[in-house]
Write a protein that binds this ligand. Structure first.
Ligand code: BG6
Ligand code: MG
Length: 214
């Protein structure tokens, strides 16, 4: 099978923003006296901002109103924006640029499929915004992963049928979104090799990534 499109998740595949999400949530949780640690943070991988807050509030000692939740999510986001403002191209994960160069040479479309509403400024800080033929982020979708919307829209914007696209995703559960979109999937790094992964890669510097598009 010849693949003509590659759709990349952002956090955990192209750059590790988990630590910034963690710091911003942690400050908020500490202020509210809610227990939050890195293990709970793992559950936030690929999960939308409001759903992430709901997970953190599972440990809260009281119920929060919708208004309070919106305010907390906004506070977290402005802190997160401060933290990611300092991102530089040095934070690109291994193999990203070489793979993008290779895909470009082969005429394979490059798309982003991220749940983050902050994806565009992050691509800008990483210096790779102009490498993408299509960008789909949290602002474009109504339904979060594992719904296939983010990846289906990425294929649509590449002008390709879903089954000619390959998804790169670090959250094992969200490989399901790629499968539901009708795509082949590569589990990157943390995702490991579960049953939903057609390929399992250490990171994008893993030489096997080139077999996919050979
Ligand atoms: C995903 C992250 O990419 O984006 C999640 O893995 C995060 O941890 C989600 O909650 C939403 O991000 P943002 O930037 O819209 O708050
Ligand atoms: Mg991710």
């Amino acid at each position: 099978m010849l693949f003509r499109g590659a759709v990349f998740d952002l956090d955990g595949v192209i750059v590790c923003t988990d630590k910034y999400h963690f710091l911003a949530w942690k400050e908020l949780a500490d202020r509210e006296g809610i227990y939050f640690d890195e293990k709970i943070n793992e559950r936030l991988r690929g999960v939308s901002r409001m759903q992430s807050l709901e997970i953190i509030l599972e440990r809260a000692g009281r119920a929060y109103t919708e208004e309070e939740k919106n305010r907390m999510a906004e506070e977290k986001n402005s802190r997160y924006r401060e933290l990611i403002a300092g991102i530089t191209p040095a934070e690109l994960l291994p193999g990203v640029l070489s793979l993008f160069d290779f895909l470009k040479k082969k005429g394979i479309g490059i798309a982003l499929g991220s749940s983050s509403k902050n994806a565009k400024p992050i691509l800008g800080s990483l210096g790779i915004a102009d490498r993408f033929d299509a960008v789909v982020d949290g602002n474009d979708i109504q339904r979060s992963k594992p719904d296939p919307q983010v990846f289906s829209l990425a294929a649509e914007r590449l002008g390709l049928p879903a089954d000619e696209c390959f998804v790169f995703e670090d959250a094992e559960g969200w490989l399901l979104a790629g499968k539901r979109a009708g795509m082949k999937t590569a589990a990157v790094g943390a995702a490991g090799g579960g049953p939903l992964a057609d390929y399992s890669l250490r990171d994008l510097a893993d030489a096997r990534v080139y077999d996919i598009f050979a």
